[in-house]
Design a protein around this ligand. Structure first.
Ligand SMILES: Cc1cc2nc3c(=O)[nH]c(=O)nc-3n(C[C@H](O)[C@H](O)[C@H](O)COP(=O)(O)O)c2cc1C
Ligand code: SF4
Length: 484
């Protein structure tokens, strides 16, 4: 992962610890409504893909145990990992694109209800993504993937070459010559692996996204409701389809790109399609970027505009992340696919303990405050969830007091210690296992390996724990019981 050149090291801290009485009276542990759904407290575990589904996208025992463990910490809400809305193979990513996925998802919902004693509300994050291919061997690229055109013949200066001759000549060119001969998209496909973009209007399936996605998202949301979830979070963040529609880099000319209104059109149409198909007591919220953190990308002003449009449309919550884009991802090695969390924008999404003057802990706070203010000024009080580097009570309470957000999201801190909210609430804040923001977990995510926290394995093992196939890592956090 990219790291700021300043390389300043930071440590997380427990902050000021409240007594149980103080915690019980705090903002963090007070209830809040996300539309029709009441959260018992303002604590939120954002979506995290743990790479535990089957290759066909089904819930496994490991998936169940992963969420059961979070539920034992009894946060206000858990958002289930990004779950694919289409019925297409997507590797070990959970899927909800067909009714056959429902029994597993139902079991998951029941498990979370039971383990949290009914105190945690469960949402599912719905995602659509476009194709991303591995970086090819140059030889293979020229032999098999490149579509030969007359532009190549013209650039080579020989109009009558056969396709095979064009391929052979191109593969003999130097990098500099190739940069001149290939189009930007071809050059990128050679260097990084082919990646579809929402602006690839020459492909009917991309051109038709605005016609197809509202129905696909709505079908998935209807299934989520049938499985017993309390609501859905629409994944409009990071490197995926809907975020690409919101991006300033979206130059589509069909009314779904260019101006702010055009870029937010499809995200609003998807929301409207869902709202018209799910009951009133089912929450529908959106997660998007406070800032894309890329050159030429959307900034806080764009996000504030989108937030106001979403609020006016009636979303039940707004969850803010930042960065995590393909645009500045590192070049993958040959045979690997680009990963959107390897560049500067990736750092902004999951900042690590080696940082710059601003440090890793509050990078999303001021943008969230500005977006929430814009929403309030537009006359809406829709709750805003802020996530990014939050790991102690003092910080969480400060965010709520200062109006940065209404709900506090903590991803890696909840991974490090799924009981951390509960420990604080019960007056055992000193026992919280603090995330060190090393991003060991994120490295596993990048390799699509089962995500675990390195701190779990520093504790003595106990009987009956499920471990990774090599036996080296615990698959869930060690259990915790409040001291008697
Ligand atoms: C292992 C891992 C998987 C993640 N998967 C998702 C995901 O499925 N959807 C999503 O919106 N964000 C995902 N994220 C980003 C987190 O939700 C969160 O925004 C980010 O980690 C920053 O918050 P934190 O500093 O509290 O960890 C993931 C993060 C991690 C560490
Ligand atoms: S591995 Fe554990 S300590 Fe390290 S960043 Fe991930 S959750 Fe935090």
């Amino acid at each position: 992962m990219w790291r700021p050149p300043e390389r300043i090291r930071y440590s997380s801290s427990a902050g000021r610890l409240p007594s149980a009485a103080e915690a019980a009276a705090s903002r963090l542990f007070s209830p809040i409504d996300i539309g029709p759904v009441r959260l018992a407290q303002r604590t939120w575990v954002p979506a995290m893909v743990p790479w535990r589904a089957t290759e066909e996208g089904y819930v496994t025992e490991e998936v169940i145990e992963w969420y059961e463990r979070f539920a034992r910490g009894m946060p206000g809400a858990i958002v289930l990992e990004a779950t694919g809305i289409r019925d297409v193979p997507s590797g070990p990513l959970l899927r909800i694109g067909h009714d056959r996925f429902l029994p597993g998802l139902r079991r998951l919902v029941e498990t979370v209800r039971r383990a949290s004693e009914g105190r945690t509300r469960l949402l599912i994050q719905l995602i659509d993504f476009l194709a991303v291919r591995r970086r090819p061997e140059p030889k293979k690229f020229f032999e098999r993937f490149l579509v030969v055109t007359d532009a190549h013949r013209a650039a080579l200066g020989v109009p009558n070459l056969s396709d095979a001759e064009v391929r052979a000549r191109l593969s003999a060119l130097s990098e500099d010559e190739l940069a001149r001969v290939l189009t930007a998209a071809e050059w990128h496909a050679l260097q990084f692996g082919y990646r579809e973009r929402v602006t690839d209007m020459q492909h009917p399936h991309i051109r038709n996204l605005p016609q197809v996605l509202p129905g696909l998202f709505a079908d998935a949301a209807v299934r989520a409701e049938a499985a017993g979830f309390d609501g859905v979070e629409l994944h409009y963040a990071h490197a995926y389809t809907m975020s690409s529609f919101l991006s300033r880099t979206n130059t589509r000319s069909d009314g779904y790109g260019g101006s702010l209104d055009n870029r937010v059109r499809l995200p609003l149409e998807v929301f409207a399609a869902i709202r018209s198909r799910v009951p009133k007591n089912f929450a529908v919220g959106v997660r998007f970027l406070a800032d894309e953190c890329i050159e030429g990308g959307s900034r806080v002003e764009d996000a504030s505009y989108f937030a106001v449009q979403f609020a006016r449309a009636g979303v039940d919550f707004i969850s803010l992340s930042r960065g995590g884009k393909f645009d500045d991802a590192k070049q993958p090695s040959i045979g690997a696919a680009a990963y959107p969390y390897t560049g500067r924008s990736g750092y902004e999404c999951m900042p690590q303990f080696i940082s710059d003057q601003r440090g890793p802990f509050g990078r999303n706070a001021e943008p969230s405050a500005a977006i929430r203010k814009a929403v309030h000024e537009a006359g809406s009080l829709v709750p805003v969830v802020c996530t990014g580097g939050i790991h102690n009570f003092e910080m969480a309470e400060d965010y709520l007091a200062r109006g940065v957000c209404d709900i506090v999201g903590a991803a890696r801190q909840s991974l490090a210690d799924p009981d951390w909210f509960r420990k604080i609430l019960l007056g055992h804040g000193g026992d919280v296992r603090l995330c060190e923001y090393t991003n060991y977990c994120e490295g596993l995510d990048q390799k699509h390996k089962p995500v675990t926290c390195q701190l779990w394995d520093k504790l003595p093992s106990t009987a009956g724990e499920r471990r990774t196939p090599d036996g080296k890592r615990r698959l869930t956090a060690p259990l915790w019981q409040p001291p008697q």
